[in-house]
Write a protein that binds this ligand. Structure first.
Ligand SMILES: *Cc1c(COP(=O)(O)O)cnc(C)c1O
Length: 348
């Protein structure tokens, strides 16, 4: 790990935990292959670094949303599927390979077929009503003549294990086995893997859990925290009893309070929902967020940490399930919002 940074804001990223999380999910996927969603810049961690580390761990199938994301990791020479399919403007780039579009509309399928495109993936909608062609259209011959590598569908309620929709979608998807010429079938995201072996088919597509997010309590013990934000203290001050801190004066000092102002804000993805709710730590000291989170600054109560001063660093509490619960912001948003002002440091 390098500490000689100029930036007052950094993400500590645990490469070992990332690989271990993926390996855990791969094991839970049983005989199915386990891929990884690395869209949205690897859920905010950095797509190139993530993909290369997961490839080293044994991952062979990567999923991005757009062709720009596919281009970014192209130099790694991995198998990449582009979940949003292929728009007219992207056709030339898509035909040039090597990434495959995940075709999800009749237009896209016609476009790909007429252009003489090679192996592709297809998304079928089994009830989410987001992306995907209808099973009935497949039965009517929509995919005829296509060379389908992987047939995908996506679960709407995988993080609600008791939802009847899971089994409904699984059954609709399973009914397509042998109907499309697809080499493989893939249904499960992170939470879908936890639903059991019936959901794994030939290939799983976890994202959140690879990065330490815990979509269902059952995965808690199998996953480790990967992302640890750290910020530098810009100023320490004493706030007298009755005085307030931050925009709109939402926090009033109940007694004289030691306060540190750190280099972090909602423009970095540290959401305003952490106002008066979030926290940080330095050694054994816990440092609650006080007042509003500003665009670039956050105030912490450091009464508990008399030695902390200007230029010292604190670790922001970022255990994903706990902080999502505290803030009401989803674990997905807590990850993908992590901004460009963080210097990203990989350990291991
Ligand atoms: C984002 C995405 C995934 C990964 O989902 P997680 O909930 O992050 O595991 C899998 N499949 C599709 C189609 C996706 O869009």
């Amino acid at each position: 790990m390098t500490d000689n940074t100029d930036s007052p804001l950094r993400l500590r990223l645990d490469g070992e935990a990332l690989a271990a999380n993926w390996t855990s999910l791969a094991r839970m996927s049983g005989a199915a292959a386990c891929g990884a969603a690395v869209k949205a810049n690897g859920y905010g961690l950095g797509a190139v670094e993530v993909a290369h580390r997961l490839a080293d761990a044994g991952c062979r199938d990567f999923f991005v949303a757009t062709w720009a994301e596919a281009r970014e990791i192209a130099p790694l020479g991995l198998s990449v599927s582009v979940l949003h399919g292929v728009r007219e403007a992207e056709l030339a780039a898509a035909l040039a390979g090597p990434a495959r579009p995940v075709l999800s509309t009749a237009h896209q399928i016609a476009r790909w077929r007429e252009a003489g495109g090679g192996p592709c993936d297809v998304m079928v909608d089994t009830g989410m009503n987001r992306l995907g062609v209808a099973p009935g259209d497949i039965a009517a011959g929509l995919l005829d003549g296509l060379s389908v590598s992987t047939l995908h569908s996506h679960l709407a309620c995988a993080d609600e294990p008791s939802s009847a929709m899971n089994e409904q979608q699984r059954a609709r998807f399973a009914a397509l086995a042998g109907q499309t010429g697809a080499t493989r079938m893939s249904l499960a995201n992170s939470a879908g893997i936890a639903l059991g072996s019936g959901y794994a088919f030939d290939l799983t597509r976890p994202g959140l859990a690879v990065y330490g997010g815990v979509p269902v309590p059952g995965l808690r013990d199998r996953l480790r925290q990967v992302v640890r934000p750290e910020a530098e203290i810009l100023q320490r001050r004493r706030v007298l009893a009755g005085d307030t801190v931050g925009y709109n004066a939402t926090w009033t000092a109940p007694a004289d309070t030691e306060v540190a102002v750190i280099n972090l804000g909602y423009a970095d993805g540290y959401r305003r929902a952490f106002s008066n709710v979030g926290g940080a730590r330095a050694g054994a000291s816990t440092l609650p967020v006080i007042g509003r989170v500003s665009m670039d600054l956050v105030a912490l109560d450091v009464t508990d940490a008399p030695m902390l001063g200007e230029g010292d660093w604190v670790e922001i509490d970022y255990d994903l399930p706990a902080q999502a619960h505290a803030s009401g912001v989803s674990q997905y948003e807590l990850l993908t919002g992590l901004g460009r002002r963080f210097d990203r440091y990989w350990g291991q």
